[in-house]
Ligand binder design. Structure first.
Ligand code: RI2
Length: 311
């Protein structure tokens, strides 16, 4: 897939999931470098800049996409030789993809230690990081049972139940509005994240914040599973996270309701840190209030500072 095709697939949600879109973006930038056979440095730079714009505009909310693009391209303006630029892009993209995959596995190892034999877990949407924890606990021999929300309107919960059922993990599908009803019997909630802000707010699939409220009311631990590249350096500099809104046709079929009725289809919502017991990352389990430190230590404060203020 070239960069335009990748951006299109991300926009249409054929490639989806915050981690997956980040890896796809890194691969697409790598592809530009691999295919650039000419000795023209400026030509490669131009293609990379166009690729960057196409990828960043494909979906606005998940900072994983932005972080992946920055990871691959950072500092490459200084490079004066086409071969070196190609190699750098290819190496960085490979590095990002490997780190990302390893991170999801490590989250599984760390998170599984918090799961007890016999736990009944609730998850929302389809998060590879959250499922990594559940899978690891299951593979360690713990008997876990999962309640998975449907996650309207895209119904990513169907992907979740298929993936869990494939592994022999007992799973029950519920409609989103059944969350509060089932919460009393739940031992822990595990969700993913698209973006985590510097003040510890988790942006994830629409409905996540309602689940957090229901968990809080029932005193059920609410855990977020997220790689460190889901933390947003941009929010440190005052930027608000843009919440994607998608087309009405994802919610109602044409003609089903009068055309003059508006349909609001926000894709994500915001969960405040006071509802979050812990965030499980590849470098450890932490409080959402450690967000600022993660951004500074893991994502490189100085370079981010410059980039975030000049854009
Ligand atoms: P992983 C998804 O977004 C969901 O909101 C999910 O919780 C989040 O990405 C993280 O997924 P969408 O692309 O990176 O379905 O953990 O809108 O797989």
């Amino acid at each position: 897939m070239n960069v335009e095709e990748t951006a299109g697939s991300i926009r249409r949600m054929e490639i989806r999931g915050a981690g997956q879109i980040a890896r796809a973006a890194a691969e697409a930038l790598k592809q530009i470098a691999v295919e650039h056979r000419e000795s023209d440095l400026e030509g490669l730079r131009r293609k990379l800049t166009e690729g960057r714009e196409a990828l960043l505009s494909s979906r606005p909310t998940a900072v994983s996409l932005w972080n992946a693009v920055q990871w691959v391209l950072r500092g490459t303006d200084e490079i004066r030789e086409v071969g070196e630029l190609r190699e750098t892009i290819i190496r960085r993209a490979d590095e990002f993809v490997t780190r990302s995959r390893t991170a999801v596995e490590r989250i599984g190892v760390i998170g599984a230690r918090r799961i007890r034999d016999g736990d009944r877990l609730l998850t929302h949407c389809n998060s590879s990081a959250a499922l990594s924890v559940i899978r690891k606990a299951h593979r360690e021999g713990k008997k876990v049972e999962v309640i998975a929300t449907e996650s309207r309107p895209w119904r990513q919960g169907l992907i979740t139940v298929r993936q869990l059922a494939d592994e022999g993990i007992p799973v029950t599908l519920i409609v989103d509005s059944a969350v509060r009803w089932v919460m009393r019997g739940i031992d822990a909630v595990l969700v993913g994240a698209d973006t985590i802000t510097s003040n510890g707010v988790v942006i994830n699939k629409i409905g996540t914040s309602l689940i957090a409220l229901a968990a809080d009311e029932a005193r059920v631990p609410f855990m977020v599973c997220a790689e460190t590249y889901k933390f947003s350096p941009r929010t440190m500099f005052g930027e608000l996270v843009e919440i994607e809104e998608r087309d009405r046709t994802e919610v109602v079929r044409p003609g089903e309701i009068p055309d003059e009725v508006d349909v609001l289809n926000p894709v994500f919502d915001a969960t405040s840190p006071e509802y979050i017991d812990s965030i499980i990352t590849e470098i450890g389990l932490m409080s959402p209030y450690s967000s600022y430190e993660i951004i500074v230590r893991e994502l490189g404060h100085e370079f981010l500072f410059e980039d975030s203020l000049t854009e």
